[in-house]
Design a protein around this ligand. Structure first.
Ligand SMILES: [Zn+2]
Length: 199
């Protein structure tokens, strides 16, 4: 009904004849994030739920831009196309469907933030494990930041075992700062690139 007032719909040339219905979203970002995290099962799972679109799985079927939150549009002939969240706004959708879109966008952004956090945590975990492996000897001769009879190595092992994705990123900075300050105290170039958060 809401499309009848528009003489030539913007989707007419790119997707085909209307009417156009916004039938839901698919978050490709979750699949990509799972793949980056090495979670093949998660990747396959995420893609298994993907709708069968004629075009638009990864790039908008209307404008060609790369998209990860895919808005699924059903056109007049019943076929599905994926468009970006900006282009879907050109479809003249009712408010109720726009609300659903906003909700999907928020969930999508949240998933992206979570994935980013997990990636950073994973990287920090790997770096700390490597540091323990190669510098454990020297770390075992440096003091624990707060407990007198323990060592920096004890602290690093505790952090590795117990910290969440945010915690380990912060703790690693502190450990590196302590280690570098103790091991390379006179090197002026030390820690200038990776560590500006000396404690
Ligand atoms: Zn687009």
């Amino acid at each position: 009904m809401e499309n009848e007032a528009v003489s030539v719909h913007p989707f007419e040339r790119s997707l085909g004849a209307g009417p156009y219905r916004f039938v839901g979203t698919f978050n490709l970002g979750a699949a990509v994030a799972a793949l980056h995290a090495g979670n093949v099962a998660g990747y396959n799972n995420a893609l298994a739920g993907a709708p069968r679109v004629e075009a638009g799985m990864g790039t908008c079927a209307h404008c060609g831009m790369a998209i990860s939150l895919i808005c699924i549009v059903k056109i007049g002939n019943g076929k599905l196309y994926g468009v970006g969240s900006d282009c879907i706004l050109k479809a003249g959708m009712p408010v109720k469907e726009l609300d659903a879109l906003q909700k999907a966008k928020r969930a999508h952004n949240k998933a992206l933030r979570e994935a980013r956090k997990a990636r950073k945590g994973e990287a920090a975990r790997g770096e700390l494990a490597e540091m323990i492996q190669f510098e454990g000897e020297r770390m075992s001769k440096l003091p624990h930041p707060s407990i007198p009879h323990l060592t920096l190595l004890d602290y690093a092992n505790w952090v590795l075992e117990r910290s969440g994705d945010n915690g380990i990123v912060i703790a690693l900075k502190g450990i590196k700062a302590r280690f570098e300050a103790a091991v390379y105290p006179t090197n002026p170039g030390n820690a200038s690139t990776s560590d500006k958060h000396r404690v």
